[in-house]
Design a protein around this ligand. Sequence first.
Ligand SMILES: Nc1ncnc2c1ncn2[C@@H]1O[C@H](COP(=O)(O)OP(=O)(O)O)[C@@H](O)[C@H]1O
Ligand SMILES: [Mg+2]
Length: 235
Amino acid sequence: MLRLHEVHAGYGATPILFGVSLEVREGEAVALLGKNGMGKTTLMKTAMGFLRPWRGTIEFDGHSLIGLRPHEIARRGVGLVPENRRIFPGLTVRENLELGLSPVRGRSSALRRERLSNVFDHFPRLRERLDQPGKTLSGGEQQMLAIARVMMAGARIILMDEPTQGLAPAMVRHIREMITELKRLGVTVLLVEQNARMALSVCDRGYIMEKGTIVFEGPAADLRESAITREKLGV
Ligand SMILES: Nc1ncnc2c1ncn2[C@@H]1O[C@H](COP(=O)(O)OP(=O)(O)O)[C@@H](O)[C@H]1O
Ligand SMILES: [Mg+2]
């Protein structure tokens, strides 16, 4: 569904990704693991069109994403839940959710109602907080809102960048359940996590990234057992 092949990218003249190849098949949850500063966020930003790759190919549903702008990539069904959540703190929950619809072409009020009602089925807490400013939500609720926002856009694959960062254990479990639920709904997930144990317990496959390259890939069960996981992640 999403395929990166030999992708090189960086900031200014500084290379960060050195020929990364990675694939996420429809319906899978795939973990992208690695220590801080290895290039995981850069990979997600490149897939989403915020950075243009220097070399290599990126395809979604067999079509190239190279040169498309982020909102065009979102319109095709790729959703990014960025690091540190990045909701709009001064806007209400409702306004944040409605902004999620902005990549959708020809959005109608019927579509808005349908998507909102779908989001409320999964995140009843957001319904209770609809008219509160985003900044008054807890960290976990803000993470729910960030995920709900890409669901509003109709994302078929969600790129999640460290969704459990800074959250209490109960909320980490909740995020894990959310990922399971997204899979059940047929949403495909690429998950960047520091919490390798959590990621490998919910994902089907995983990749380990080190200094801008993939150094290991395999089924989640293999990564759970592998000495390489301990060596590369220090867990
Ligand atoms: N906007 C930026 N400009 C320049 N360098 C950056 C920028 N963002 C990240 N980097 C650098 O790119 C490298 C990889 O960062 P990042 O992709 O955020 O890693 P990770 O998500 O794996 O922690 C780091 O060395 C970081 O300092
Ligand atoms: Mg990062």
